[in-house]
Ligand binder design. Structure first.
Ligand SMILES: [Zn+2]
Length: 383
């Protein structure tokens, strides 16, 4: 058993000062004020006076970090590296490559997930491409794009050992729209992204069960008041949870605030969209045949196109507080509770409450991660 004491505890609806959190096995068994929580004698105790304790962050959109690509065998290293950034669970996200290469990489990921190393909990694969709109490629290579079909999805899912949990696609391409109910039946979350769809088409997708949008504002047709497009639909439909990259570069802080005002924190799923070169020093790197430049806090192609983020989810969390004026509790909602709900795991992850998985992070006054606990195991501590 583990107990954290003298902490500021951030539960979904309140902050409890001078609190304790008790973990047994992989679950939270008690939390509350020091007076309320009965601390057994045989327990590993961490006294953390004044430290802030949040639910572990869940990143449904990360491509890797520190030179490690989540798309392939180095997923194993990604799993080991994420806890120091406060990420306790994530979806390993793919990119568009030639199909033969995609199949190879999915098999490599499935092999890692058969027997994952200790680290953040990889909850599955997020397939981002090649079923995207050539009109909205972002930094991806449009010549490899084609519409999603059921046959191709089945063979990709087979290569992935059934681990594909989320798919970002352009529903307006080919007959992809009508696959939404099929994907939901398969337990796969359909997500609109890299899309040029009209508002009307997204409305139809919502009626079929679409409820999630990939990196809102990025790789989507822009909002116009007579042609609201994908962004207009994301803003208009409360059913849609909006992924937001809050690195401060992909989305202007003003657009972040506008989105937050429209959707409220419970409608925002904070993602990093971190590139495999996230968190590395400035310089020039090679990735999947691309020349990639890291300058300041951005990761981009030589022409300036952003190629994934340099920041991880802990930076996004701080930016929601400092750039978008959310309270720490609201920011934690976006970084943990909403992604858990998007993955239909809201009954077991994403909150600090008894019975939930013991995915816990401890932060200092500057909201820097000092300790990360994944399913009851202390996996990272700042020296
Ligand atoms: Zn993307």
């Amino acid at each position: 058993m583990i107990v954290l004491t003298e902490i500021d505890l951030y539960t979904p609806r309140q902050v409890i000062p001078a609190a304790a959190l008790l973990i047994e096995g992989d679950k939270i068994v008690a939390c509350g004020t020091m007076a309320e929580v009965r601390i057994p004698a045989e327990v590993q105790a961490f006294a953390l006076p004044g430290k802030k304790v949040f639910p572990g962050f869940i990143d449904v959109h990360t491509h890797g970090l520190l030179g490690q690509d989540a798309f392939g065998h180095s997923l194993a290293e990604v799993i080991q590296s994420l806890p120091r950034f406060g990420v306790t669970a994530f979806l390993a996200t793919t990119v568009t490559l030639p199909m033969a290469e995609i199949y190879t990489r999915l098999r490599e990921m499935a092999a890692v997930l058969e027997n994952p190393p200790s680290g953040a909990n990889c909850l599955g694969i997020h397939l981002e491409g090649p079923h995207l709109s050539p009109k909205r490629p972002g930094s991806a290579t449009a010549k490899w794009f084609h519409p999603l079909t059921q046959e191709e999805f089945e063979s990709l899912q087979e290569a992935a050992g059934g681990k594909i949990r989320m798919i970002t696609f352009a529903p307006e391409e080919g007959d992809a729209l009508r696959l939404i109910p099929y994907l939901l039946e398969q337990g796969v979350i359909p997500v609109i992204g890299h899309s040029d769809a009209s508002y009307e088409l997204v409305a139809e997708a919502v009626s079929l069960g679409l409820a999630h949008a990939t990196h809102t504002f990025n790789a989507m047709n822009p909002f116009h008041h007579r042609a609201p497009g994908v962004i207009g639909a994301v803003l208009a439909f409360p059913q849609i949870t909006a992924q937001l990259i809050a690195d401060g570069y992909h989305v202007h802080p003003g657009a972040m605030r506008a989105l937050l005002n429209a959707k409220r924190p419970l409608g925002i799923c904070l993602v990093s969209d971190s590139a495999p070169f996230a968190a590395l020093p400035n310089g020039e790197y090679q990735w999947e045949g691309y020349r990639l430049l890291i300058e300041g806090e951005t990761c981009h192609l030589p022409d300036g196109t952003l190629a994934g983020a340099h920041a991880l989810l802990d930076t996004g969390f701080r930016n929601l507080i400092h750039l978008a004026s959310l309270t720490p509790s609201q920011a934690a909602t976006c970084a943990a509770e909403v992604p858990a709900r998007a993955l239909r795991m809201e009954r077991g992850k994403g909150r600090l409450q008894p019975g939930f998985d013991a995915d816990v992070i401890v932060m200092d006054d500057a909201y820097q991660v000092v300790m990360t606990i994944v399913e009851g195991k202390v996996l990272w501590r700042r020296e």
